[in-house]
Design a protein around this ligand. Sequence first.
Ligand code: NAD
Length: 429
Amino acid sequence: MACLKVGVVGCGYWGPNLVRAFTEIPQASVHAVADRDRSRIEHIQVRYPYIEHFALDYRSLFNLSLDAVVVSTPLGTHFEIVRACLERGLHVFVEKPLATNSEDARLLVELAQAKDCILMVGHISTYNPAVRELKQMIDSGTLGEIRYIDAVRVGLGSFHSALNVIWDLAPHDVSTLLHVLGEPPLSVSTRGIACVQESIEDVAYMTLMFPSGILAHSRMSWLDPRKTRRVTVVGTKKMVVYDDVESHEKLKIYDKRVSAVRPTDTFGEFQFAYHYGSVVSPYIELEEPLRLECLHFAECVSEHEQPLTDGWNGLQVVQVIEAAQRSLREGGIPVPVNGERGAAPTLREVITIHSPGIAGRDGAYPNVGSTTYPKKSVVDGAVLTTVSTDVLLRPNDGEPVEPLDVERPREIDLGSPSINGDDAQGTVP
Ligand SMILES: NC(=O)c1ccc[n+]([C@@H]2O[C@H](COP(=O)([O-])OP(=O)(O)OC[C@H]3O[C@@H](n4cnc5c(N)ncnc54)[C@H](O)[C@@H]3O)[C@@H](O)[C@H]2O)c1
């Protein structure tokens, strides 16, 4: 297997883990790193001085004869960067979630197909040996018929100001559910609350109904005293608890069940037969999921095979989250997955106003084209505003994009219809 020449774009919190993982596997080598923040480049440069190329602008990676690009930038930038890479025939590994809406996700999947490129989404739980074991137990019938699944993913932080807890945390539980159950849900309903930042939900409860009748629930929070990563699967024969915070005994199989029996001789109530058996924790070889994920990508590129978490899988996850987001906005109603177009996430934009007469400290909404932003507050001459990505379009294909200058604050000229934010880029219709 030839050694894959990789470039990594985005080295904030998660990107350095990908740089490490790809440098540690013999099947790949990291040749270039790009981040628009100079301090993040310096951080990587000190640790990996032998990496040949560092850049502020990811597009300079396109001249380096790379095989693949690994994208670990904020969600709002995924579409633009992944599209640019695929258009140049580069294979792409992009962090979860694939895109901010299913339309963009589908375009990327189709582009990857047209260009005959591998597109893989970093749904890391699929590569977790404990999750694989869990899937094997479900598929083999060890647990009996699955009745319901309860997932908890909570802790204190990490707060985002650009997207809510659903877009941050739900990809993990949704991709786990899709993987272990092998089917997408029919519908999703979600309730949530914004406790710390205005309009950015930090706590959410998401309920999913699956075609096979299984009910699943995911509780997500950035505002909880204890870090918990737990999935409980209840079957008719056995129950399993998968606890990812546990260092060794991540899976515990409980030989417990209950059955309701109606006595034949009376019209009386059900009688319940409880079974309490032993608790077993199967041995699972400790292997780093991130390493397995990176290995899988390198192998899929080398063999030209579709990854387990390919673009279609990434699209399915986006469809579920999109429906969850729409349900959240509509008071928790069940929203069909794959049905109507769901709501895009709310992305916050910090923008500097060129025309103070149009919007400034007086609290007037900035008005761009026909769009009125729903919320805003004024911070030191910049307007902090909440913008639905529904109103953000991508730049025109042929339009040259200005190179990013990390020394300069992000700016918006209200005289022109373009927006440049931290997490999205585009024009307002
Ligand atoms: N698999 C996991 O467990 C996991 C964990 C955390 C984050 N993530 C994912 O990783 C991605 C990045 O998250 P993060 O927490 O590291 O974010 P972050 O904000 O900490 O880092 C993002 C980096 O990308 C850089 N960047 C932004 N736009 C850029 C551009 N146009 N060109 C070059 N660089 C750019 C920023 O300067 C920053 O250094 C997200 O998709 C997130 O969902 C995955």
